[in-house]
Design a protein around this ligand. Structure first.
Ligand code: SF4
Ligand code: SF4
Length: 81
């Protein structure tokens, strides 16, 4: 499982990706974010599920190690914004 520390940074910067526009409450923050946590976690969209997305879209093009490394880099960039 991806080592997410539940900082919520990804869910507060949806305006950086066209794919998340439907979840953006208007200021880049997801309308389902409560504090730093997802209020619909168990039923969150596929695009919010790092491990499920790997299996479906990325497992044929890169190793899980590489995928996690790239995701961690994105997390770090968002945390430092
Ligand atoms: S930015 Fe990364 S560590 Fe923070 S909540 Fe999102 S996935 Fe987890
Ligand atoms: S649905 Fe949940 S996991 Fe997805 S962006 Fe919103 S708060 Fe984050």
């Amino acid at each position: 499982m991806f080592p997410c520390d539940k900082c919520g940074a990804c869910c507060r910067n949806l305006n950086l990706s066209e794919q998340y526009r439907d979840l953006d409450r208007g200021d880049g923050v997801c309308r389902f974010l409560k504090g730093n946590l997802c209020s619909i976690y168990d039923s969150r969209p596929l695009k919010c599920r790092i491990d499920a997305c790997y299996e479906l879209y990325f497992s044929s093009v890169m190793s899980k190690e590489t995928y996690y490394k790239r995701n961690k880099e994105a997390c770090k960039a968002l945390k430092n914004k």
